[in-house]
Design a protein around this ligand. Structure first.
Ligand code: LCS
Length: 400
């Protein structure tokens, strides 16, 4: 398997024809319980001595294939399939943090991660600091004796800040703490954090991995011993397992992920370039633009720049609303990574849980718009943007 190129592994890794039927497409096994040939065989699986499935809350054979596949694609020892991206994030943080512990978190994370850390984690005595992780020295300064994990997301949601995974992982190693990376925006097709020194990778498989907007799922990749603990003590005891049907759909989505992600990226680049020179646009955030502050790092660390473009229109939220409401093809919606182009306003939608005063620190202005570039013809998406931007009233000083 190792000698095959990534696109081939996307299709074949961990998957073979069903031994009983020779069916090529993935078998879905919805069973909750599994019969053992002896009491000793049951005990060996429960204790972890033997590989196997014993009760649906700890996994199922279809999810196990998804776990083995993502582990291989990310270059990790093992993986866990869970009920959502937030389950993946909360499980991986809770695996390393207990009462009195502290975590350093990159300052712009997904709103759900922010909400978990600021509202739920403190109830368990877990402390956190949001730090500008583009500043490696600031990260070093933020690490205290009680710091037990470094958590980053790159590129970030929604401002596309790119963080240096290798440099940050060396800091984490120096302090002997694990580094967790949310790789949702990239997928292993574009970025493999474990190869750059990360200990744990988390995904919202709801996005590009499944890729069709019809599954909520999460994945965690890491060391065997950590995944085993997460399966037994967190996913199992909190009941955050993924069911077999959704694992089947995610496995189906993975087979075309390379093709889809390439198209998302090439269209996003065209759209970012179109927006950058449009008079009604104030700022564009896209790692593929030379104007992006971490463009060179992005080129080094990522195979391509992803399908998300963020921007601010002139005239702030008022004109931003006019613009969003004028779009005809792009739909106003949460989520991202779907075949359909989706547009949203982070301050009032995905990142609403961050208080207005705090949002500015995260770079989330009231005028910021996040655009998830879909798989439609890029000319149609650009035509849609163009007609909606014409509805914006520009100040007289700006040449139209
Ligand atoms: N990580 C990132 C980077 C995300 O964007 C999301 C969801 C999650 C984790 C959580 O995944 P979930 O539990 O939903 O599978 N992002 C969303 C967004 O931007 N709009 O709606 C959801």
């Amino acid at each position: 398997m190792g000698e095959w190129k990534f696109d081939t592994r996307l299709i074949h890794a961990a998957q073979k024809p069903d031994p009983a039927t020779r069916a090529i497409s993935q078998t879905v096994t919805p069973a909750v319980a599994y019969a053992f040939t002896s009491a000793e065989a049951a005990a060996a699986v429960v204790s972890g001595e033997a590989e196997g499935v014993y009760y649906g809350r700890y996994g199922n054979p279809t999810s196990r294939v998804l776990e083995q596949k993502i582990a291989e694609l990310e270059g990790g020892e093992d993986a866990l399939a869970v009920s959502s991206g937030m389950a993946a994030i909360s499980i991986s943080l809770l695996a390393f943090l207990k009462q009195g512990d502290h975590v350093v978190v990159t300052k712009d994370v997904y709103g759900g991660t922010y909400s978990f850390l600021t509202s739920l984690a403190p109830r368990f005595g877990i402390e956190f600091d949001f730090v500008d992780c583009t500043d490696i020295e600031a990260v070093q300064r933020a690490i205290k004796p009680s710091t037990k994990a470094l958590y980053i997301e790159t590129p970030s949601n929604p401002c596309l800040t790119v963080l240096d995974i290798r440099a940050l992982s060396s800091v984490a190693k120096r302090f002997a703490i694990p580094m967790i990376v949310d790789n949702t925006f990239m997928t292993p097709y574009l970025q493999r954090p474990i190869e750059l020194g990360a200990d744990v990778v988390v995904h919202s498989a709801t996005k590009y991995i499944n890729g069709h907007g019809d599954v909520i799922a999460g994945l965690i990749v890491g060391k065997e011993q950590h995944i085993h603990m997460m399966r037994k003590k967190l996913m199992g005891d909190l009941g955050q397992n993924l069911n077999s049907w959704e694992s089947f759909l995610a496995l189906r989505g993975l087979k075309t992920m390379g093709l889809r992600v390439e198209r998302h990226c090439s269209s996003a680049q065209k759209i970012a370039e179109f927006l950058e020179i449009h008079p009604a646009i104030e700022n564009v955030y896209y790692p593929g633009l030379q104007s992006h502050p971490q463009h060179l790092l992005a080129k080094k660390q990522m195979k391509a720049m992803g399908g998300i473009v963020a921007f601010e229109v002139r005239g702030g939220f008022k004109e931003g609303k006019t613009f969003i409401n004028s779009l005809k093809l792009a739909m106003i919606s949460f989520s991202l990574g779907d075949p359909e182009t989706l547009v949203q306003h982070p301050a009032s939608m995905t990142h609403y849980s961050i208080p207005p005063g705090e949002r500015a620190k995260f770079g989330i202005t009231d005028g910021l718009i996040r655009f998830s570039v879909g798989l439609e013809d890029p000319e149609d998406i650009i035509a849609d943007l163009n007609q909606a931007l014409q509805k914006i009233k520009l100040p007289k000083s700006v040449n139209n």
